[in-house]
Design a protein around this ligand. Sequence first.
Ligand SMILES: [Zn+2]
Ligand SMILES: [Zn+2]
Length: 184
Amino acid sequence: MPNHRLPLNNLPAEGRELVLDDAAIWAENLGQFHMDCRVRTPLSVRLHIMPLEEGYLVRGHLSGSVTLPCNRCAEDVTVELDAPFEEFEDVPDPADGQDTAPGDSHIVLDKGVPLLDMAALCWEEFVLALPMNPLCSPDCRGLCPQCGANRNREQCTCEQEGGDPRLAVLRGLTVKKGWTNTEK
Ligand SMILES: [Zn+2]
Ligand SMILES: [Zn+2]
């Protein structure tokens, strides 16, 4: 992951604002995790880092857009990302003998100097901002489970011949129960 570590030791009391838009942060991670996600308009994160008594408050805003496969039909879906976030970052305690703080802090100690790992933070916020269930449209009809045809564009013959296999099971049940024997 590209190195974007910000030393926090000389941060002014009112904090510091900066923008992180190094495309490599996302490109490298998307490749490493084999994620089927392409950056469409460049991603950019605005960060404001403010020192507090026990750590740092990081407020940020992620923007840009990506292309993901629809969860039902696998066609491209463009997703606009517009995600504000706010994180409290703990500072590792040198008394613990650890250079990293417990939990999910993005601050590491380097020879006693706290550094904020901005690339890791931005990547994490990016993953959180992605939709869990991207759909090309809310009523996407998906792919035919038998022949793989995109049912948004074509009606395959599977449907005409056998119908939906799940419905066929239900129809079978209805027939078995039948009215014919008991009611006549
Ligand atoms: Zn779809
Ligand atoms: Zn089919």
